[in-house]
Design a protein around this ligand. Sequence first.
Ligand code: FES
Length: 201
Amino acid sequence: MAENQQQKKPAPTASAGKREEVIAKLKADGVWKSPLDRRKFITTAAAGWAIFAAAFAGLGSILAAFMAPRLDFTKAQKFRAGVPDEYGSNTVSEKYKNSEKVWICRTTDKIVAVSTVCTHLGCTPNWSENELKFKCPCHGSGFYGPRPGVEVGVNFEGPAPTPLPRYKIVVGDDGQLVVDKGTMFFKEKGEWGNAESYVPV
Ligand code: FES
């Protein structure tokens, strides 16, 4: 029996001896990495990749949120704004300024729905009845109110680069004005002649 056990344990060969010698040398030089060390390295590397992948996925979702359109489709884009006769000639109604960010302006011949967002950096201008203009409190841009010889919302002072855009406005089946904030008209694109950018009166 003891003889059998001795047979199962082969005597170290010359090459095995050489290997031990090399390992001993590497250990002495401080560069030997045991198989356990290598496993630890692989585990650490895998964990590192997992963290990197998670961070990349997080960055991707932040980027996607950043690139997504800023329109809130969960909010209704259309609203009814009463009948045209509610608005006197050459007046500005601020009834929907806070709730819809829209001024309803009537000139001598049309009604328009004007955006209340300054085209400079997005502040909200104030309507000045005395000066007949929309004046932005942030950097001083001015936009015309309804008055003879000018177009409502055109920028004429301060840093605003373009006029205030207009929203689509039509008369609905019930005779009420319907403003659709899903469609905008820009003067600089030559869109203020579009039949849906105003209601003639
Ligand atoms: S945001 Fe209106 S002038 Fe700058």
